[in-house]
Design a binder for this molecule. Structure first.
Ligand code: DC
Length: 216
C-alpha cells in the first residue's frame, strides 16, 4: 500500500457513510473527515446569525470569519465542539440549503482538499470522488432504498429525543436527495471509477468488511 492514500465515500443521506467511514478509519488508523458535518456547521452558523441564502455580503463576511476543523473526531466550529448541535433535522435542512451556495462550497472544498494532502484520510460526502479528491486511490458509492435510509435516520432522531414521525423523515430524505442530486454545483453522482455498494439489508459490519476487502 502507498504511504499516503485517500479513500472517498459518497452517497445519499442515511446510506451509512459516516458510521462505516469512522470504523474504517479506526481499522486503518487514518483520519476521518466528515464533510457533511462541515456543511452542517456552516448551516448552524447561518441560523445563529440569521443569515439567509441571498444575503451574499453577510454570508461572505461570515465565511471569512469562520474556522472549521476536526480534533480527535470532534467537529470544531470557531473553537467550539458542535457535534450534537449540528445533528438536528432543522440543521439538516439548513445544510442542504447552504451546500448549494457557491461561496460555501468554494470555502469548504478548499479546506477539504488541504486536509486530504497532509496524510492518509477517509473522507465522506457527496462530491468527494467526483470533485474534492478526484484522484483518490479508493472510491466507493454507498446507496440504500429511501425507506431504509429514512428508518435509520428516524431511529437516530428518536434516540436524540426529537419528536418527528417516520413519514416526516422520509419526506425530508426525499427532498434532500432531490436537492443534492439536482443542484448546479457538484451534485451527488457516482464517480465512474467508484465501487457501488447497495447497503439495503446489510449490516454496518458487512459493508465495512466489503470495503476493507477492496482496500486490502
Ligand atoms: O451527510 P450529511 O447529511 O451530514 O450532509 C449534510 C448536507 O450537506 C447534505 O444536504 C448534503 C451536503 N453535502 C454536500 O453537499 N457535499 C458534501 N461533500 C457533503 C455534504
Amino acid at each position: 500500500m502507498k504511504e499516503i492514500f485517500r479513500i472517498a465515500i459518497d452517497g445519499p443521506s442515511g446510506a451509512g457513510k459516516s458510521t462505516i467511514a469512522r470504523r474504517i478509519a479506526a481499522e486503518l488508523d487514518i483520519d476521518y473527515i466528515d464533510t457533511g458535518a462541515m456543511y452542517r456547521a456552516v448551516g448552524y452558523k447561518m441560523k445563529l446569525q440569521c443569515i439567509v441564502a441571498d444575503q451574499k455580503q453577510r454570508l461572505q463576511s461570515m465565511l471569512e470569519n469562520t474556522d472549521i476543523d476536526f480534533v480527535n473526531g470532534d467537529i470544531i466550529l470557531d473553537g467550539e465542539v458542535v457535534n450534537d448541535k449540528i445533528r438536528t433535522s432543522e440543521i439538516s435542512r439548513m445544510a442542504s440549503v447552504c451546500s448549494a451556495l457557491p461561496e460555501v462550497r468554494e470555502k469548504l472544498v478548499d479546506i477539504q482538499r488541504k486536509m486530504g494532502t497532509r496524510k492518509s484520510v477517509i473522507m465522506d460526502g457527496r462530491d468527494i470522488g467526483t470533485n474534492v479528491l478526484r484522484d483518490a486511490e479508493y472510491k466507493f458509492f454507498l446507496t440504500a432504498s429511501a425507506e431504509e435510509r429514512a428508518g435509520r435516520r428516524y431511529r437516530e432522531l428518536l434516540d436524540k429525543g426529537e419528536s418527528i414521525t417516520r413519514e416526516e423523515v422520509l419526506r425530508d430524505i426525499i427532498q434532500r436527495d432531490h436537492n443534492d442530486m439536482t443542484r448546479e454545483l457538484n451534485p451527488l453522482t457516482k464517480a465512474e471509477d467508484a465501487v457501488e455498494i447497495d447497503t439495503t439489508g446489510l449490516t454496518i459490519q458487512q459493508v465495512t468488511d466489503r470495503i476493507l476487502s477492496y482496500i486490502e
